[in-house]
Write a protein that binds this ligand. Sequence first.
Ligand code: HEC
Length: 227
Amino acid sequence: MSKQKQPLKSGEKILFGIVSVFIGLAVIGYVALETYRMTRAEPLYENKTSYVFSEEGKLGSVLFRKSRCTACHRALRNGTNMGLSLDGVGSVRTLDWLVTFLAEPEKTYGARTFDHGPRPKEAAYVARMSEQDRHAIAVFISQLKSEQGSSSAAMPPKGGSAFIDNMIGAWAPASWKERYTDIRTKQSVESPNAMQEPKQEIKSSAQEIPPPVQGMNKPQELNSEQQ
Ligand code: HEC
């Protein structure tokens, strides 16, 4: 074994050179971004998820963490991204759906699942938890709401979006356009987020319908009128 140091070969020099350029750029980028973030008065990203917990929901949030759900899921910015992020899911899934999913995941999805489902799947234990605990957790998840336009909301941003129109124009196959209706024009009343926006459309299509029917669709508005 020779103790003499060998000079770097030119290939090695190029390789180390490239690696150090990358490391240098990463460090510069990180420092620049952090400086920008810290000097901004507003947060870099608008937070579009929210929650208001009932007593059972609060209990559910404790059980959620204790039951190792955070090993795969993220909620309230805790946990990992191994599974799905559950922030905002309460605006897409109903409480009933969540209760049923936790007990019978594959039946509810109508498809094979990765982690929820019978053993030896890793989240098989969820279906075997007590019904009471699963219910509390489902209530907790159902109270994780998202605003219209957030990535976890059922409804895309209000108004038109040139970006979405371009993406649909460029990427959606013709068969999709025949088979599916654009959710922005469909305006279902089932989706809680859709309730604020579709008023105009309901009005225009419901002009011949007597007012009580409209009120039935919107119990909250009915209440505020009574007060
Ligand atoms: C080993 C990882 C893992 C663990 C642990 C886990 N999950 Fe999941 N979860 C997933 C994956 C992956 C999915 C997507 C469905 C599937 O393929 O299983 C999912 C889907 C879900 C969904 C459906 C979301 C949707 O909108 O489709 C809910 C709700 C959920 N999990 C809740 C929980 C709760 C509550 C716990 C803890 C009691 C838990 N999960 C533990 C991996 C996990």
